[in-house]
Design a protein around this ligand. Structure first.
Ligand SMILES: Nc1ncnc2c1ncn2[C@@H]1O[C@H](COP(=O)(O)OP(=O)(O)OP(=O)(O)O)[C@@H](O)[C@H]1O
Length: 245
């Protein structure tokens, strides 16, 4: 089981040759309990990707701390980047295998390819894939490591609606099969309500958390009507949310 505590006092990017460094993240604190599924929602450019990179340990240039509490020796972190980042000279299957820990089960990878509808595409090179297909490969890669912590940066952008729906269901199914802690970035409030236990709303820069709201609709009851009713209630209770999206 894996929980994460992210505490950011300040995060800036210092542009080369400039003395002024705009403050991107400020006084931001997020704790995700083990097995929790949280969506980060905030305006474009507010620092969501920056926050995921910090959570992943890819960016250590900030004031603050990231603490991962886990009962495994070395927690596996899965990261679905905004851009699928496949290696062009490796086949799709090889792209996945490169990311795998030694103990990975090849049959589970086959299962993942089946679920995302790419069982027949494993031996092709990435240039033959559409962007939507590449995104689905990136999802397989993130799940294939059997993550304890899964970070997802708008993973369904540019998927057609039926595929996006199928892949959303896949994400929830896999999360329920093997519970892991998820931090998921989206601009789509309906998607966030469908997926998350918690919605964490971020302000614009300098960015911090402006509200953190549990989604208390039972998962089996998250149909379009329930999601829309919840969304309207959110807008009614927290007028600031409308200004963020
Ligand atoms: N490597 C970098 N160097 C300088 N500035 C950067 C760098 N990466 C991001 N920024 C700036 O930091 C801010 C936050 O960027 P980030 O990509 O984290 O936002 P975001 O909320 O994920 O955006 P979007 O929703 O559009 O994907 C932006 O103003 C961006 O221009």
């Amino acid at each position: 089981m894996t929980a994460i505590q992210i505490q950011i006092v300040r995060k800036t990017y210092r542009p080369k040759g400039e003395t002024e460094a705009p403050l991107i993240l400020k006084d931001l604190s997020i704790r995700l309990g083990s097995g929790e599924f949280a969506c980060l929602v905030g305006p474009s450019g507010c620092g969501k990707t920056t926050l995921l990179n910090i959570a992943a340990g890819l960016d250590r240039d900030f004031e603050g701390s990231v603490r991962i509490e886990t009962d495994t020796d070395k927690p596996h972190i899965g990261y679905v980047f905004q851009n699928p980042r496949l290696i062009p000279w490796r086949t799709v299957r090889e792209n996945i295998e490169l990311a795998l820990p030694k103990e990975a089960d090849p049959a589970y990878i086959d299962h993942l390819f089946e679920v995302v509808g790419l069982a027949d595409a494993q031996n092709v090179f990435p240039e033959r894939l559409s962007l939507g297909m590449s995104r689905r490969v990136a999802l397989v890669r993130a799940f294939a490591v059997n993550p304890d912590l899964l970070l997802m940066d708008e993973p369904f952008v540019s998927l057609d609606p039926p595929t996006a729906r199928r892949v959303r269901e896949l994400v929830v199914t896999l999360w329920q099969e093997r519970p892991h802690t998820v931090l998921f970035v989206t601009h789509d409030l309906r998607e966030a309500i469908e997926l998350a236990d918690r919605l964490i709303f971020l302000s614009s820069q300098p960015t911090s958390v402006i509200c953190d709201i549990p989604v208390d609709i039972p998962r089996l009851e998250r149909n379009e009507t329930a999601i829309e009713t919840f969304r309207q209630q959110l807008y009614a209770d927290h007028a600031v949310i409308r200004t963020l999206l």
